[in-house]
Design a protein around this ligand. Structure first.
Ligand code: AP5
Ligand code: MG
Ligand code: ZN
Length: 228
């Protein structure tokens, strides 16, 4: 992709497939996959003070405060492996985070190449998340109906016991979807105005979503929307 599209954001509701697609794109583009959710879960697993604090928000499906989230992304984007590009998954999620990212990129002399918005209807998001099971050892993802492990409750890859993510209970999923609508959806218009937004149908099979994203990155984004 000759340097084009090497600084990307994936935006979408919980369960839209951001993590799945970011992992695939990270291999294709050779740039790191940076997920704030994964960073908070790793901090939580280590029991660091930041992880203990983040858990209080995550377990009820609320957002971790901007100050903390912006701080960890600022630090991460300045690591040497992120100098030639990155794929941000789950950041920014608030207008404050989007402004902070703009400021950081300006300071670093970097530009944002593209924003990919994955669209999936609410019923399918709920189905995906409430049926998801994850391997805490190797990070593999399963679904009770559509992608079950060969042996119930056991990871195919590493044999570890599978778990349900703490925030994947039906009640918390509903709250996460509401938080997405209130806090994150406004960013779609923000990036559309900048002329970097690509909309991709996230209901297709995983491989086809990946192909659609790669094709979208080669095509021009929707024209910037003029301020009225
Ligand atoms: P985070 O970990 O980012 O969770 P999320 O945004 O709620 O999204 P998910 O990871 O659940 O879904 P995804 O879109 O990655 O989908 P996936 O590929 O896994 O954040 C968790 C929490 O951390 C937040 O609630 C908040 O507390 C905190 N946090 C994180 N970032 C923050 C920020 N910037 N500011 C403040 N707080 C923050 O796929 C989902 C399932 O669907 C999987 O089972 C998968 O196998 C399946 N699937 C994927 N694609 C397909 C497909 N095409 N067809 C069928 N099934 C599919
Ligand atoms: Mg994810
Ligand atoms: Zn595993």
């Amino acid at each position: 992709m000759s340097g084009q599209g090497s600084r990307l954001l994936l935006i979408g509701a919980p369960g839209a497939g951001k993590g799945t697609q970011a992992a695939l794109l990270s291999k294709t583009l050779g740039v790191p996959h940076i997920s704030t959710g994964d960073m908070f879960r790793a901090a939580k697993a280590m029991g660091s003070p930041m992880g203990v604090m983040a858990r209080k928000y995550m377990e009820r499906g609320a957002l971790v405060p901007d100050k903390v989230t912006i701080g960890i992304v600022e630090e991460r984007l300045q690591q040497p492996d992120a100098s030639d590009g990155w794929i941000l998954d789950g950041f920014p999620r608030t207008p404050g985070q989007a402004r902070a990212l703009d400021e950081l990129l300006a300071r670093l002399g970097q530009s944002l190449d593209a924003v990919v918005k994955l669209t999936v209807p609410r019923d399918e998001l709920i189905r995906r998340l409430t049926g998801r099971r994850v391997c805490p050892q190797c990070g593999a993802n399963y679904h009770l109906d559509s992608a079950p492990p060969a042996h119930a409750g056991i990871c195919n890859r590493c044999g570890h016991q599978l778990e349900q993510r703490e925030d994947d209970s039906e009640q918390t999923v509903m709250h996460r979807l509401d938080v997405y609508h209130e806090s994150t959806r406004p960013l779609i218009a923000f990036y559309e105005k900048k002329g970097v937004l690509h909309r991709v149908d996230g209901t297709l099979p995983v491989g086809k979503v990946n192909t659609a994203i790669v094709a979208a990155l080669r095509a021009p984004a929707a024209a910037p929307v003029k301020a009225s």
